[in-house]
Ligand binder design. Sequence first.
Ligand code: ATP
Ligand code: MG
Length: 253
Amino acid sequence: MIVLDHIEKRFGDNLVLKDVSVEMPEGSVTALVGPSGGGKSTLLRCVNLLEIPTSGTVRIGEEALSFSPGGKTGWPEIQRLRRQTGMVFQNFQLFPHRTAIENVMEGLVTVLKWPAERARARAMELLEKVGMAHKADAWPATLSGGQQQRVAIARALAPSPRVLLCDEPTSALDPELAEEVVDVLGRLAREGTTMMMATHDLRLASRVADKVVFLDGGVVVESGPPAQIFSRPERERTKRFIASLNVTADYEI
Ligand SMILES: Nc1ncnc2c1ncn2[C@@H]1O[C@H](COP(=O)(O)OP(=O)(O)OP(=O)(O)O)[C@@H](O)[C@H]1O
Ligand SMILES: [Mg+2]
């Protein structure tokens, strides 16, 4: 189980996450949706401690850390929790001077100190999983955005994280390329990968997520299965947001 318990995050005077609690069972997929500035990226970054929560507890499996204002958290503890996570960014962030397979091997070799051959075999398995084995030796600049994102997903999965965090994984892509990334994430979800993703892409959320969390102004306004949140939201604020996205029957599920 992954648990975010009473998370608050403050930037100066700006309280951008207010008492956010979310539970994610192993194998589940949670989509964070909501207006720009609502706190989706900040919440994801609090899970892998790229941002340190002002207060609250982050639990990933057996590892847990609690935070309080003015408290200090040691680097080894941060690293231990962060290693339970993998992160996929909107703009891929592959290392430009490494081939696709070298990008996937990098963390295994440099952080986990795996021998190169073992890392290469694991990287190849993952490239196969995301349909990129045929481009193993390609440079990132020669790949399409969708292909780069699939390599980035393989890289994030390489150390077998307990949870894959994705921040707008399809929003830098044309619809056709987004589709191939949605397919890969859908396959990972069916195989039981635990994921939390921030997305404006309702097709992604409705195809992949078990649970949608609507975040506005740093508060969880409403959460539930995609069919409920997208088709029958209860709160006025959620209704307005969904209506503003111009949801068509395509997303009705
Ligand atoms: N490093 C930072 N320093 C100060 N304020 C920040 C920082 N990062 C985020 N914020 C603020 O926190 C709030 C939430 O931002 P966040 O990026 O989490 O929103 P979001 O829901 O991901 O938005 P979007 O849909 O545009 O990606 C915003 O008001 C933003 O300005
Ligand atoms: Mg964001």
